[in-house]
Design a protein around this ligand. Structure first.
Ligand code: B4P
Length: 186
């Protein structure tokens, strides 16, 4: 099984992805984590990505698609599949991913979109900003990230509804409750 988990910022993609990847022995591919690690390392990717991530914008499609291609072309043995967390985030990324799946002969891909009311997303990100000090979790950046989400990521939902099918899962409730809902949807 391969899984795509997407949804608005702060909805709990990373939280749920870690649990699902562990439970099903999937390779957890978080584009956000890859970018934050690159920024912390000061690598060329990190230096390019930093201004986009920290301002709440999206890293350019060609960079992020190249990064995901690299990972999917070199999947390790010993995993039962992969879980894409936070990718795709634009229509161009979704179309490129379909192309990659065709090229690499990847099938059995299930798609889950997590949802939550906007105020809950804001509350969670503000809390995470206080607890973890993430530079993109400030009030102004959160507002911008939500605008970017509505303009660029929400259309991915309609794209998948008319192509592959997508399961919408309510992200409100305890972490355990949300995991159980995703498992049922799968
Ligand atoms: P991501 O790392 O994907 O992060 P996110 O959307 O902010 O959070 P996520 O939904 O994973 O929420 P989390 O589990 O942490 O992206 C960060 C940035 O990277 C983007 O803004 C962009 O700049 C860049 N980027 C990433 N992918 C890209 C792409 N494909 N293209 C271009 N740019 C890209 O949960 C949030 C908080 O809520 C946590 O504190 C958590 O503890 C809490 N929480 C989780 N579940 C909860 C629950 N059930 N109840 C209460 N709190 C909960």
């Amino acid at each position: 099984m391969n899984l795509i988990l997407f949804g608005p910022p702060g909805v709990g993609k990373g939280t749920q992805a870690a649990r699902l990847a562990a439970a099903h022995n999937l390779l957890h591919i978080s584009t956000g984590d890859i970018l934050r690690a690159a920024i912390a390392d000061g690598s060329p990717l990190g230096r390019t990505a930093q201004k986009f991530v920290e301002s709440g914008g999206l890293v350019p499609d060609d960079i992020i698609i190249g990064l995901v291609r690299e990972v999917l072309e070199h999947l390790p043995d010993g995993k039962k599949g992969f879980l894409l967390d936070g990718f795709p985030r634009t229509l161009e990324q979704a179309r490129a991913l379909d192309g990659l799946f065709r090229e690499l002969g990847i099938s059995d891909v299930r798609i889950v979109m997590l949802t939550a009311p906007e105020q809950e997303l804001i509350d969670r990100m503000v809390r995470r900003g206080i607890e973890q000090g993430r530079k993109d979790d400030t009030a102004e950046t959160i507002r911008h990230r939500l605008e970017v989400y509505y303009a660029q990521t929400e259309p991915v939902k309609a794209y998948y509804e008319t192509s592959r099918g997508v399961k919408l899962v309510d992200g409100l409730g305890s972490v355990e409750e949300v995991t159980a809902r995703i498992e049922r949807a799968l």
